[in-house]
Design a protein. Structure first.
Length: 118
C-alpha cells in the first residue's frame, strides 16, 4: 500500500458520561470515522490520496468531534455527518473547508471546563 498524501485522524476518545469536557465518541466520532472511511473509498480517494484513521484524544474535546488533517497541520472541529460530503469534496479538490477549521482560540480549554483544585 502506498503512502497517502493526507491522513485524517478522527478522534474516537470516550470519557465517562457526564464529564464536563464531553468526548468525541459521545458526540459521534466513531460513526463519523466509519462513514468518512466509506465515503473516501467510494470517491476513489482511499487507495492513494487519503486515509481515515482513528485517534485517541486530540485535546480539543469541547470542539469535538475533531479531525486532525496531516501533513497539513490543521484540525476540523464540531464535525457532523452533514459536513462529511463537503470535507471529502474539499480533499478531492486539494482545499480545506474553512468554516470547520479550528482557530487558535478553539485550542484553549474553556475556563468553565477546567478542573478546580480542592
Amino acid at each position: 500500500m502506498a503512502q497517502r498524501r493526507r491522513y485524517l485522524f478522527v478522534c474516537v476518545n470516550r470519557r465517562p458520561d457526564g464529564t464536563p469536557k464531553g468526548s468525541c465518541a459521545a458526540r459521534g466520532g466513531v460513526e463519523l470515522h466509519a462513514e468518512l472511511k466509506e465515503m473516501l473509498k467510494a470517491r476513489g480517494l482511499a487507495e492513494l490520496e487519503v486515509r481515515a484513521c482513528t485517534s485517541s484524544c486530540l485535546d480539543t474535546c469541547w470542539a469535538g468531534p475533531t479531525i486532525a488533517v496531516e501533513p497539513d497541520h490543521y484540525f476540523y472541529g464540531r464535525v457532523t455527518r452533514a459536513d462529511l460530503p463537503e470535507i471529502v469534496e474539499a480533499l478531492a479538490e486539494n482545499r480545506r473547508v474553512e468554516r470547520l477549521v479550528l482557530t487558535p482560540d478553539d485550542f484553549v480549554e474553556p475556563r468553565e471546563l477546567k478542573k478546580r483544585s480542592p
